[in-house]
Structures are given as structure tokens and as C-alpha cells.
Ligand binder design. Structure first.
Ligand SMILES: CC(C)=CCC/C(C)=C/CC/C(C)=C/CC/C(C)=C/[C@@H]1[C@@H](COP(=O)(O)OP(=O)(O)O)[C@]1(C)CC/C=C(\C)CC/C=C(\C)CCC=C(C)C
Length: 384
């Protein structure tokens, strides 16, 4: 077992509390991968002129197949058809409790947002959160220097096992239970691992299409995983595809915002998650990023990038209203709070090279009731 994988699975590593708790509950084994072809997606609602400015690039990554599979009501068994696993009494309760603790510690806003959800939905979101966090930690955590492709391959093998009812540890068991209760497809989880692979191979993005693909892998996928849990409002008249697209766009908006907030921090790790051709269009290059000087050119460039991130949030808003009413609040909170990070970059006069934009606690708290009011909005008030 190499160091990074060991870090993500070893019960003795305390630094990140439960995230790395492992009970070796069942043995890992290799499982055939579910190959899913993804057809092309294009949003009808976005005029072509805007596409070139803000961009929802046409990629091969399209999601209709995942949506179709997740929308099938009977998709409630693992890949090999296994249904429930048998666990010792209270094992699953404890597993979910641990997921809850991790979510509460690492993602306070998400956690708070889950408070209004039904118990089954809360537990599922905590389990998914923990799996995503652990996946991200392989690349971004303290042991990331030891990451190799075999670590990610083994993590993917473990994912197959989760979906086939053979969880490796207690936290995996919570996800196994979740994927047996909700119509979750394995592909978005695999895609997230693919995003981590991409992150280890690549530290420059030639254009927005490349960056979009990365954002889809690491964050759009979270939207795809979340919709089957959150549920679509029975009174919604929009197609599942439109709602899933909105979920992806929320992930994209969040990730673009993360990138814009962290330009300076990423540069110190030698990474530039900005479209190189767009930097060039503004007479900028990596050198300007590394020099950390906020010039007028930089400000103009940032204005465009912020405009694009906001565009994705706007696209996500209609979808948020179509979710089941008990799930709308966390989504609106996440959307509004992330969007406010963009305001904060502006308030820092676009200095994201030496400063890290953040939303203060009071502002955060004041946003939650506003998000709650938005969450009361009825799906039928939004035009399809
Ligand atoms: C309630 C709610 C919003 C649920 C989602 C909870 C969930 C499963 C989150 C997983 C997040 C995670 C750990 C992802 C791993 C990859 C990663 C790090 C992505 C970045 C997240 C934030 O990271 P980080 O913790 O580092 O951020 P801070 O530094 O602390 O700011 C991302 C930016 C991606 C997050 C993406 C989403 C939350 C997608 C949200 C979309 C939906 C919930 C779908 C909503 C549905 C419609 C129709 C709009």
C-alpha cells in the first residue's frame, strides 16, 4: 500500500479525524467498470452569441445517459444486482454518524443546509460529501505528494466495490447503503476520480473548453450526484435533463469561483487554472500571474472571468427552484454564498493574487434567511 492510499484508508491517521477512519470491514476486489456513453448536450436557452463570450462549451461529456439511468425508478441495485448488505446492529447508524460529523466539521454551510432535509436525504448527502472529500484529499491533502496513478486506480476499484455492495470501511458502507436506496449512477463518481487524474497530469488549460471539462469532473459531478438525493418537485414541469444541467452549472459556477478566489494560492503550487488563450487576449501570461501585480489588464481580464462564473450561477437558479421543496434551501444557500465570493474579489479591487476573498460570518448568517425565502418559491412560478 503506498503512502497516499494508506493516508486515505488508514484507521490510525488522526489528523483529519474520521475522514480517514477505516475498519477494513470487507475485502476489496476488482469489479468490471460500467461503461456509459455520454451524448452531446447543448442548452437551447442560451443564444449562440453568449456561448462564445461566456461559454458552455460543446464537449463529449454529455450527460443524457446518466440522467436517463438516474431517472429510472428501478435503478436501485448495485452493478452486479446485489441488494442490501448485512451489518452488525447499529453499524450503519454509526457509519452515518461519522459522515455527519465530518460534514459538520468540514462543510458547515452544507451541513446546516441539510438540516431541513428528510433524515434519509440528510444521511445520503453526508455519505456522498465524505466520499467526495476523501477523493479530493487524495490530490489536495497533506499526502498528495505521494499520489500516483495506481492510488487513483485502487480508489476507483474501491468505488466499484461500494456500488457492488462490498464496502471497504465504515464510511464506504454508508455510501453503499446510500447507493442502494437512491438511484445513483456510478459514472459521476468515476468522472470525479477522472478529474483528480487530470489534476495530477495537467497544470495549464489552453482554453475554456479544457477548463470546463476539468470543472465538470471535479464539481459538475457533485450536482449530478446530488439531484437524485434531493429529488425534483412533483409539480415541476421542466425536463429532468434541464434540471440536471442546472445542477452541473451550479457545480461549474462553484468551481470557477473557487479558481478565481485561489489564483494566488494555486500559483504558489505552480498551477494556473485560467484559460491561456484568454489571458493572451488581454495581453497577459503566466508571468503576470506569478509576478502577483494587479494591473489594469488583470482587472479587465478578471471582470470577464467573474462575468462568466456569474453566468453559470444564473443558469443554475431556475433549476434550484425545481428541486423538492425540502432540498431547496441548501442549494440556494450554496449558490448565494459562493456567488458572494465573486463580489468579494471585486471588493478587493480584483486582487486575487495576494489576497484571498472570503465572505464574513455575519454576511453568511444574513444570507441564510434570504436563501430560505428563495427556497419557498414555487416551481410553477418559473417559466420553462
Ligand atoms: C447541500 C449541497 C449543496 C450538497 C452538496 C454536498 C456535497 C456532496 C459536496 C461535495 C463537495 C466536495 C468535497 C467535492 C470534492 C471536489 C471539490 C473540492 C469541489 C469543490 C467544492 C468546494 O470545495 P472546498 O470544500 O474546497 O471549498 P472551500 O475551499 O471550503 O470553499 C466545489 C467548489 C464544488 C462544489 C459543488 C457543489 C456543491 C455542486 C452543487 C450542486 C448541487 C447541490 C445541485 C443542485 C441542483 C440544482 C438543480 C441547481
Amino acid at each position: 500500500m503506498d503512502a497516499t492510499f494508506c493516508y486515505a484508508t488508514n484507521p490510525c491517521i488522526k489528523a483529519r479525524n474520521y475522514v480517514f477512519f477505516s475498519k477494513n470491514y470487507t475485502k476489496t476486489s476488482a469489479i468490471a467498470e460500467a461503461a456509459i456513453a455520454i451524448p452531446k448536450r447543448r442548452s437551447k436557452r442560451i443564444p449562440q452569441t453568449e456561448l462564445s463570450v461566456h461559454g458552455i462549451p460543446s464537449t463529449d461529456l454529455l450527460v443524457q445517459e446518466i440522467v436517463r439511468r438516474q431517472s429510472q425508478k428501478n435503478n436501485l441495485t448495485g452493478l452486479d444486482g446485489s441488494r442490501g448488505c448485512s451489518y452488525p446492529p447499529m453499524f450503519l447508524e454509526e457509519a452515518y454518524e461519522r459522515c455527519r460529523d465530518i460534514c459538520a466539521e468540514y462543510a458547515k454551510t452544507f451541513y446546516l443546509g441539510t438540516m431541513l432535509m428528510t433524515e434519509e436525504r440528510q444521511k445520503a448527502i453526508w455519505a456522498i460529501y465524505v466520499w467526495c472529500r476523501r477523493t479530493d484529499e487524495l490530490v489536495d491533502g497533506p499526502n498528495a505528494v505521494h499520489l500516483s496513478s495506481s492510488v487513483l486506480d485502487r480508489w476507483e476499484g474501491r468505488l466499484d466495490d461500494i456500488f457492488n455492495g462490498r464496502p471497504y470501511d465504515m464510511l464506504d458502507a454508508a455510501l453503499t447503503d446510500t447507493v442502494q436506496k437512491f438511484p445513483l449512477d456510478i459514472k459521476p463518481f468515476k468522472d470525479m476520480i477522472e478529474g483528480m487524474r487530470m489534476d495530477t497530469r495537467k497544470n495549464r488549460y489552453a482554453n475554456f473548453e479544457e477548463l470546463y471539462l476539468y470543472c465538470y469532473y471535479v464539481a459538475g459531478t457533485v450536482g449530478l450526484m446530488s439531484v437524485p438525493i434531493m429529488g425534483i418537485a412533483p409539480e415541476s414541469s421542466l425536463s429532468s435533463q434541464t434540471i440536471y444541467n442546472a445542477a452541473i452549472y451550479l457545480g461549474i459556477g462553484n468551481q470557477l469561483t473557487n479558481i478565481l478566489r485561489d489564483v494566488g494560492e494555486d500559483a504558489s503550487r505552480g498551477r494556473v487554472y485560467l484559460p491561456q488563450n484568454e489571458l493572451a487576449k488581454f495581453g497577459l501570461s503566466d508571468k503576470d500571474v506569478f509576478s502577483r501585480k494587479v494591473t489594469d489588464r488583470w482587472r479587465e481580464f478578471m471582470k470577464e472571468q467573474i462575468r462568466r462564473a456569474r453566468y453559470y450561477f444564473d443558469q443554475a437558479e431556475n433549476g434550484a427552484t425545481q428541486l423538492h421543496k425540502a432540498s431547496r434551501w441548501p442549494v440556494w444557500s450554496s449558490l448565494m454564498l459562493y456567488k458572494m465570493i465573486l463580489d468579494s474579489v471585486e471588493n478587493n479591487d480584483y486582487d486575487n493574487l495576494t489576497k484571498k476573498a472570503y465572505v464574513g460570518r455575519t454576511k453568511k448568517l444574513m444570507t441564510l434567511p434570504v436563501a430560505y425565502t428563495r427556497a419557498l418559491m414555487n416551481p410553477s412560478t418559473v417559466c420553462p
